[in-house]
Write a protein that binds this ligand. Structure first.
Ligand SMILES: NC(=O)c1ccc[n+]([C@@H]2O[C@H](COP(=O)([O-])OP(=O)(O)OC[C@H]3O[C@@H](n4cnc5c(N)ncnc54)[C@H](OP(=O)(O)O)[C@@H]3O)[C@@H](O)[C@H]2O)c1
Length: 459
């Protein structure tokens, strides 16, 4: 296949369709995902290359860009009808111009440039950085471990937390099960904190913090009184507070802080759906506590440390390979899921970094063929079943959202699972080969729901 043909098909872009209103949550219709022409080899200048997006980063700062005024000077507002660009992305070079230092097949990221939410695009080589991915790692770790979130966590701890290794130090992290928070807690431990407590929005997240990420304890702010829990979990008081959220959570934590404590003011997501300035004003009692206890509360912005980013990436990459930091990712499949991924990240459905994975057509059909192959293999060993016309009529419209090709559809409707447990078994058996399970599971659920139950076998 020539480059002209390859880049010419199947491109989409996410447009910014409407502002949510400064004091509202964003909704999926704030975005529109539309098909667009792909660039071809003739669009690529000598010092440019054609990139296919692999992963896109989904970030809270994008909510601020949805307002006419972002509230900060380093980010401009989205323009209605124009493409959405995200904070970061990872892609692969499909075509390289003759003077471009990159080569076809190189994995690249955007080195503090925004990344348009589209599949194929042309970029100047100077705006991209080649990534040497350690063996066995997915390109997604560029965003979830060593990208802006990782750098924010590392530099924030190093520059603002002032951990005193000679004393026991207790840190509390809010937004702890998210991308920056999950790393900030782990890095604080490496850098010398003796107690790490996370605050997050569900029991499942609390379990991940305690059982997988090495936090000493976790508080579910939706179900537990923060101040009361902190008095039990940290009777010695809180020395450092990593503040991702602001609002009532931060007010409660600051009340438990020790003399000369430090607040790392990383973000205030609790007020991003409002028109409050950044950082937002804090209640009188909180301000008074900060003053009385001589607490340092400093705003932190990772972009201030551009000169130290290379070193930070090296450090994070070493820790990742030495298994000293663990990464969690929540991955949505394809640009069409991008609006929902953003809404879901803002409402806390992510654990770790929220990402969009743009799969190539080949990858997708390989995945589906494996489902079909495994199902067929399984069914060979199960009793034959009757598949009614009605069940297929029921099934076809339900499969529509999966945007299957006709060949894929035919393969799917020819599956004859005998019971939901058979399908479940199939998924379990093939799980290892399906890192992106959500789509597969959804597809399987739809199929399972519609197919008839098997006739009773005669003993
Ligand atoms: N200073 C910097 O340079 C810098 C750089 C990157 C990011 N940030 C900031 O760091 C923070 C975390 O960003 P991230 O990219 O790592 O996102 P994230 O934590 O992975 O995702 C956002 C999380 O925020 C929580 N959340 C949403 N609304 C909330 C509310 N009203 N109160 C409490 N928690 C809420 C949700 O988790 P729950 O289930 O726990 O509610 C959600 O999962 C944000 O404030 C972001 O702006 C700052």
């Amino acid at each position: 296949m020539t480059s002209e043909q390859r880049a010419g098909g199947d491109n989409h872009v996410v447009l910014f369709a409407k502002r949510p209103g400064e004091n509202n949550s964003a909704t999926v219709d704030c975005f529109a995902v539309i098909p667009v022409e792909s660039p071809t080899a003739s669009d690529v200048g000598v010092d440019q290359c054609l990139i296919r997006t692999l992963f896109l980063s989904v970030d809270p700062a994008q909510r601020c860009r949805m307002n006419a005024s972002t509230g900060v000077d380093y980010l401009g507002p989205y323009v209605i009808g124009e493409p959405v660009d995200g904070m970061e992305g990872v892609g692969i070079v499909e075509i390289a111009g003759s003077s471009c230092s990159l080569q076809v097949g190189d994995i690249v990221t955007s080195c503090a440039h925004l990344w348009t939410w589209t599949k194929f695009f042309v970029a100047d080589c100077s705006d991209l950085v080649k990534v040497n991915l350690p063996p066995g790692f997915s390109p997604s770790v560029i965003l979830s471990a060593v990208g802006l979130s990782g750098m924010t966590a590392l530099l924030g701890i190093q520059k603002r937390a002032r951990i005193d290794r000679n004393k026991p130090q207790t840190i509390v992290v809010s937004g702890a099960a998210g991308s920056c928070g999950s790393l900030a807690g782990q890095i604080a431990r490496i850098e010398g904190c003796s107690k790490v407590i996370g605050i997050c929005g569900s029991e499942a997240k609390c379990r991940v913090l305690r059982e997988e990420l090495g936090f000493d304890s976790a508080i579910n702010y939706r179900a537990e009184p923060i101040g009361e829990r902190l008095r039990v979990l940290a009777p010695e008081g809180v020395d450092i507070y990593w503040d991702n959220v602001g609002g009532f959570i931060s007010d409660a934590v600051i009340q438990q802080m020790n003399e000369n404590g430090r607040v790392v003011l990383c973000g205030q997501i609790a007020v991003y759906n409002t028109d409050l300035p950044y950082p937002p004003p804090i209640p009188h009692e909180t301000a008074e506590m900060i003053q009385r206890r001589n607490i340092i509360r400093e705003r932190f912005l990772v972009l201030t440390y551009k000169n130290e980013m290379d070193e930070a990436v090296e450090q994070l990459s070493r820790w990742l390979q030495e298994n000293k930091i663990k990464i969690k990712e929540t991955i949505y499949d394809g640009l069409s899921a991008a609006p929902q991924a953003f809404i879901d990240m803002m409402s806390g459905k992510n654990i770790g970094k929220m990402l969009i994975h743009e799969k190539s057509k080949g990858e997708r059909s390989k995945q589906l063929s494996t489902v079909v192959y495994e199902t067929t293999k399984y069914l060979k060993n199960t009793p034959a079943l009757v598949q009614t016309k009605e069940s297929i009529h029921q099934l076809i419209p339900k499969l529509k959202p999966f945007k299957l090709t006709s060949a894929e559809l035919l393969q799917i409707i020819n599956l004859r699972p005998s019971a939901p447990t058979d399908i479940q078994l199939l998924v379990e058996e093939t799980e290892e080969r399906f890192p992106l399970e959500t789509e597969l599971e959804e597809l399987v659920n739809v199929i399972t729901e519609c197919l008839p139950t098997p006739p009773k076998t005669i003993e």
